[in-house]
Write a protein that binds this ligand. Structure first.
Ligand SMILES: Cc1cc2nc3c(=O)[nH]c(=O)nc-3n(C[C@H](O)[C@H](O)[C@H](O)COP(=O)(O)O)c2cc1C
Ligand code: SF4
Ligand code: SF4
Length: 406
């Protein structure tokens, strides 16, 4: 892959050749896949979460299903996957191997445990192996299943959703670090106020947070059989939603965290599949970016197109570097009460784009305020300025993006 210097960045003192890394996921669960990822140009990897051998997960298959909407495939993915079947010792070997062969790539060990002594042991093993960073993963919505039997530190909650546990665990892990390895804490969106949890991680000494892990979901039922769609011998369970449907949740989380903890570095993850998504995350203050579900759809070659298109965009917009671009859109976020009440938008239809399908008129008459009418001669809909509230609904259904607001 062609090197593009504008894409390089420093995060927690580590140099990334570009902002794209594989998140803890099936794509980072074997040496062979990670090696192919590095050949394809990914800047780093968060190995799939591992622990000590006594935490070996017991998987129920299948454990992934696409969330479709009519003919639109994989708007999201629902998984009931657990931590890796590999252990921290396997990852330590991989880290040693990749440190030799790909010294310019960032190797992040993701760990999970239930006891203080286990966290400490995991950190020691990863530091000895030379991990660049350590990611604390207690954020998975089905994670309590993995550690519930070791219920000293957790009850029936996602550990990362409990402020006291977040503070305490981050402290334990930071205290275990002996070689200065930066610690990233992964955040769960399954909370009321994610920024408060990030604050706890920061107070516990986290060098950065990663936002976000999956959002608890249920894939639905097959209406013919009445059985869960994600079906193991007729039964199903709750899981974690990822992919494009998760992106607005991730962006809300990141911006809330950046508002409460502006100095806390954030690695962004959740629904990234295009260079435009990546640009949005960076403009909202998150980099590097982690990717999981999009790899199932586009493969490891995604890194090349992301790098090529993001760097072309940066050149076009005059951004010299990722850090130059980082957080540039944050000043435009305000509380709802601060939004202007004087601006009254009106729906504006670009007749050159309109194909006269009438979808906007149905939307406005049956859902909104009855401001659109279709002319008898079949032309573009007419907007009644008295009735139009500028609500935004009609643009969301227009197949030609012919509607704007002014
Ligand atoms: C099948 C699957 C397995 C995952 N395993 C882990 C894991 O072991 N540890 C972890 O911290 N996150 C795990 N995740 C969460 C992802 O790293 C990521 O945070 C989430 O999927 C959102 O990113 P995406 O929309 O790019 O997939 C997993 C996600 C999926 C879909
Ligand atoms: S903006 Fe709202 S009120 Fe105005 S035409 Fe569209 S749907 Fe109707
Ligand atoms: S939905 Fe779009 S294309 Fe269809 S009539 Fe309205 S403006 Fe035209």
């Amino acid at each position: 892959m062609m090197a593009r210097s504008c894409l390089e960045l420093t995060f927690c003192g580590k140099h990334f050749i570009n902002p794209f890394i594989i998140s803890a996921s099936p794509a980072s669960d074997s040496r062979e896949k990670v090696e192919r990822a590095f050949i394809a140009g990914w800047a780093g990897v968060v190995f799939k979460t591992v622990s000590l051998p006594e935490y070996a997960p017991s998987l129920a298959s299948p454990y992934m299903i696409g969330i479709d909407c009519k003919s639109a495939k994989q708007l999201g993915m629902l998984n009931t996957d657990l931590i890796s079947e590999r252990t921290v010792y396997d990852i330590a070997e991989d880290i040693r191997y990749f440190k030799q062969k790909y010294p310019d790539r960032i190797l992040i060990g993701s760990i999970m445990a239930a006891y203080q002594s286990h966290w400490t042991q995991l950190v020691e093993i990863l530091e000895d192996a030379g991990a660049d960073m350590i990611e604390l993963s207690m954020s998975c919505p089905q994670g309590e299943q993995s550690i519930a039997r070791n219920a000293e530190m957790v009850s029936q909650v996602i550990p990362a959703s409990d402020p006291a546990l977040m503070l305490e665990t981050t402290r334990v892990v930071k205290n275990a670090v002996k070689k200065g390895t930066p610690v990233i804490v992964k955040m769960t969106p399954n909370v009321t106020d994610i920024a408060q949890l990030a604050l706890m991680a920061q107070k516990g000494g986290a060098d950065a947070v990663c936002a976000i892990d999956t959002l608890r979901g249920f894939a639905g039922v097959d209406v013919e059989t009445g059985r869960p769609k994600l079906n193991t011998n007729g039964f199903g369970t709750w899981g974690g939603l990822s992919g494009p449907l998760l992106k607005p949740v991730a962006l809300a989380a990141i911006t809330k965290i950046k508002t409460l903890c502006p100095q806390l570095p954030v690695s962004g993850v959740g629904g990234i599949s295009s260079w435009e998504d990546a640009a949005e995350f960076i403009l909202l203050g998150a980099a590097p970016l982690q990717i999981c579900t999009a790899i199932s759809k586009y493969g490891l070659g995604l890194a090349e197109s992301l790098c090529k298109n993001l760097s072309a965009y940066m050149e076009r917009k005059g951004y010299a570097s990722v850090s130059d671009m980082l957080g540039r859109s944050l000043p435009y976020l305000v509380e709802h009460s601060k939004l202007s009440r004087t601006a009254h938008c009106l729906c504006n239809i670009d007749e050159s784009k309109c194909i006269h399908c009438g979808k906007c008129a149905v939307c406005c008459s049956d859902y909104a305020y009855g401001a659109l009418s279709l002319p008898a001669d079949g032309g573009a809909p007419h907007v009644d300025a008295e009735l139009c509230r500028g609500c935004g609904a009609c643009a969301s259904v227009c197949p030609r993006n012919a509607i704007s607001y002014r």
